[in-house]
Unconditional design. Structure first.
Lengths: 299, 241
């Protein structure tokens, strides 16, 4: 059973469709990147998984059950939705205490998570004076309070400096390493490409792709660069086999539609010496832009 | 119980509560010291007017009740709160208990100020104090009305959700609209919030047909009805954009 699952999830607001018949599942022990341009429906999907809004149709399930039926919510699922959702006049420690008390979590855990997100020194200051990065970390601390089995984080990297980003990556890797489920959204591939094991990509409220990061990196439109003693003969042989061949400068070929194994065997059969046989990894960013269109990269 | 403790903590970890109740209690102190102490005795009126004070706390607790419901929507903390309790209605019960408690607490402090300052001044200047039993009745009515009006505000806040809108709605409903039916013939007006609070206070101005307990029950029913409707709406509505 997947830890998180949406099945045919649809959410309409008046006439506009925010999420349109979306289905995917998220497994434990992995960091799953939830990618899409702004307005793709990521936040709406996450809110449905947290039971904060009710689907127009379809369902959102946490450990196989609707979120409202969670037995011990804060120990099941921790969420950081927006870095602005604090009372500006309350200090960081008291914000966490209100949540800990409500969930029956003992006081020392508040100090622990403050330490984890490196906010102990600022804990007695009112949130009003926090920077965006500090608010992100306070939101993360709230998510971690109950040592939940599942973490749902909406754009947690916004406002973090490079050290903060690295710290966040390490934290998410460690959480997944302990067998927890981590779903983290972003509109920038580069933010999750060093962290995520799995990718769920949506656009316009619909699923574009769900794949492992490795498959995504290797797959689709991948080409093999070939250099050979007899380049023209090799090109002809490849074309006979139905491969797509383009010249990469004067001395190499870019071959699509055939794997490196098949190309090597073909060369052996034709008695052509190969000088290079190199699968080309298309850059992640290129593939992402291909899938998402040019909205990607908008801040 | 945990949810009540959480709501109680929320109340006292921002300055708003302290400032609002502080101002109101200061106002009652000034009323006792300056007005009861200095105004011509004939203008001060009956003892139950002395004992029920200025009504400043009534306004503050009405607004505080609204804030208990709406602040979480204004600042977006409602999402975190309802994540702890996805069924939502227990949170509203916690808020209701906190509202009633803060009303009782404010009432207790008020009685201490009033009995400690206004009454001695009044009797010291020759005002006639009523029997202790009657005085206790008036004070009980005041304390209960503080608790109930905070719950009343909570109900309006839960229904309206927008903070400014809810404060305006609560004040307009209680102070402007609900006294209007008094103008109608018969006793219809007695069953609206403003007059019901008057009966609950046992005020001599209240020429209504309800006694103290009746007034308390009627006003309590208004508060309960608003809270029930607000809870129902909050359980059904989506949170977030």
């Amino acid at each position: 059973m997947p830890e998180l699952e949406v099945r045919g999830l649809t959410k309409r607001y008046g006439g506009t469709v925010a999420v349109d018949d979306l289905s995917f599942a998220v497994e434990a022990g992995k960091v799953t990147g939830f990618l899409g341009p702004n307005g793709a429906g990521k936040t709406t999907t996450m809110r449905a998984l947290l039971g904060l809004l009710r689907p127009s149709s379809g369902e959102a399930l946490v450990e196989g059950r609707p979120p409202a039926e969670m037995a011990d919510p804060l120990r099941t699922i921790g969420a950081a939705l927006e870095a602005t959702a604090f009372h500006p006049g309350r200090n960081g420690r008291n914000h966490l205490r209100t949540l800990a008390v409500a969930a029956g979590i003992p006081g020392p855990r508040v100090e622990e998570v403050l330490e984890m997100v490196e906010l102990t020194g600022a804990a007695d200051r009112r949130v009003k004076g926090y920077s965006l990065g500090m608010r992100q970390r306070l939101a993360l601390a709230a998510a971690l309070l109950g040592e939940p089995r599942i973490l749902i984080l909406d754009e947690p990297a916004n406002g973090l400096d490079p050290q903060g980003m690295r710290w966040l990556r390490d934290l998410l890797r460690a959480q997944a390493g302990e067998g927890r489920t981590v779903l983290v959204s972003s509109h920038l591939l580069s933010e999750v490409s060093q962290t995520a094991d799995e990718l769920v990509m949506i656009r316009g409220g619909r699923l574009v792709a769900q794949t492992s990061l490795a498959e995504f990196t290797a797959g689709g439109g991948a080409q093999v660069r070939v250099r050979a003693a007899d380049l023209a003969g090799m090109a002809a042989a490849l074309e006979e086999s139905g491969a797509g061949v383009t010249r990469d400068g004067g001395e190499a070929l870019l071959v699509g539609g055939l794997g490196a194994d098949q190309i090597g065997e073909l060369a052996l059969r034709r008695g052509i010496a190969l000088h290079e046989l190199a699968p080309q990894r298309q850059s992640l960013e290129e593939r992402f832009i291909e899938l998402m269109g040019d909205e990607e990269g908008a801040p | 119980m945990n949810l009540l403790r959480s709501e109680w903590l929320k109340l006292w970890t921002t300055r708003t509560t302290w400032v609002m109740l502080g101002i109101a209690l200061l106002g009652e102190g000034l009323f006792a010291g300056l007005y009861v102490g200095l105004a011509p005795l004939g203008e001060i009126g009956e003892i139950d007017q002395v004992a029920t004070g200025t009504g400043l706390l009534l306004v503050m607790l009405l607004v505080l009740g609204v804030l208990i419901a709406t602040t979480e929507f204004r600042h977006g903390t409602a999402s975190s709160t309802f994540l702890v309790s996805p069924r939502r209605y227990p949170v509203l019960l916690g808020k209701l208990a906190a509202a009633l408690l803060v009303g009782l607490l404010a009432g207790a402090v008020y009685v201490a100020v009033n009995a400690g300052l206004a009454l001695p001044l009044f009797s010291g200047r020759g005002g006639e104090l009523p029997a202790t039993g009657d005085l206790i009745d008036v004070y009980l009515g005041v304390v209960v009305s503080y608790a109930l009006i905070c719950a009343f505000g909570l109900g309006v806040g839960a229904i309206v959700r927008n903070q400014v809108g809810a404060i305006i709605a609560a004040i307009a409903f209680f102070f402007v609209l609900s006294p209007l039916p008094e103008l109608l013939p018969g006793s219809v007006g007695d069953y609206f919030p403003a007059q019901a609070i008057g009966s609950l206070h046992g005020s001599s101005e209240g020429d209504g047909s309800l006694n103290q307990i009746g007034g308390g029950l009627v006003f309590g029913a208004w508060a309960a009805g608003l809270c029930a409707l607000g809870t129902l709406l909050i359980c059904r509505r989506d949170l977030g954009e």
